[in-house]
Ligand binder design. Structure first.
Ligand SMILES: CC(C)(COP(=O)(O)OP(=O)(O)OC[C@H]1O[C@@H](n2cnc3c(N)ncnc32)[C@H](O)[C@@H]1OP(=O)(O)O)[C@@H](O)C(=O)NCCC(=O)NCCS
Length: 180
């Protein structure tokens, strides 16, 4: 992992600019992205070290119109990072993954921040994620984004509290201005 956190904000911004929403034509690429994850990554992403068959069924079952599935494509057909946000009225579920070669460069943080902003804009107050409290990378990303982490009744119920959208924007305005 990089030891130069000061370079991450610019990289996060660049990754956010590259994010795009997936449609039905991207389902094969989506499948390949998840199949490339090893058992440990699959456990972190899905809560269990799911089989290839499980992943195929999961991808076939995603409603790409109702859900917000977005990510960054390599330009040569490989989806480097994917976020899958399922929105309910007040709650949402987020899963995100970045291929090992692209990690440690802010892509996970970019996907996380985009998803939380989208959820906030949609009026969602809580975002649930698998393995939230045991996933050090996600905890680091969430803390850097100043997100509150709550654990209702044990690890499985951990969720992020999403600020109302106006507060989200206010958090940025209240930050000291960037020096040029
Ligand atoms: C979690 C994941 C998406 C992060 O992607 P990424 O592109 O590497 O993320 P970023 O580069 O934006 O940031 C990683 C942050 O986590 C930290 N980190 C990464 N791996 C870590 C680890 N094993 N222990 C502690 N911190 C770790 C990095 O240092 C960085 O923090 P920093 O900004 O304070 O330096 C990626 O590791 C992944 O796909 N994991 C498997 C699936 C998963 O865990 N999904 C999340 C649950 S749904």
């Amino acid at each position: 992992m990089p030891t130069t956190p000061h370079v991450l904000p610019r990289q996060i911004l660049d990754w956010v600019a590259l994010l795009e929403r997936l449609d039905a034509g991207d389902r094969d690429g989506l499948r390949e992205h998840f199949l490339a994850l090893d058992p440990d990554d699959r456990r972190l992403r899905f809560g269990l070290p799911v089989s290839d068959e499980h992943i195929r069924r999961y991808v076939d079952g995603i409603d790409l119109d109702a859900d917000v599935v977005f990510g960054v494509c390599s330009g040569t057909g490989t989806w480097l990072g994917i976020g899958h946000l399922t929105l309910g009225r007040e709650d949402a579920e987020l899963g995100l993954s970045v291929l090992p070669d692209a990690r440690g460069r802010g892509l996970g943080a970019a996907i996380f921040r985009f998803a939380l902003a989208h959820a906030s804009r949609a009026g969602v107050r809580r975002v649930y994620m698998h393995c939230l409290t045991s996933n050090r990378a996600i905890l680091s990303i969430a803390r850097a984004a100043r997100m509150e982490i709550h654990s209702a009744s044990g690890e499985a119920d951990a969720y992020l509290v999403v600020p109302p959208y106006a507060q989200f924007v206010r958090m940025l305005i209240d930050e000291p201005a960037t020096e040029h």
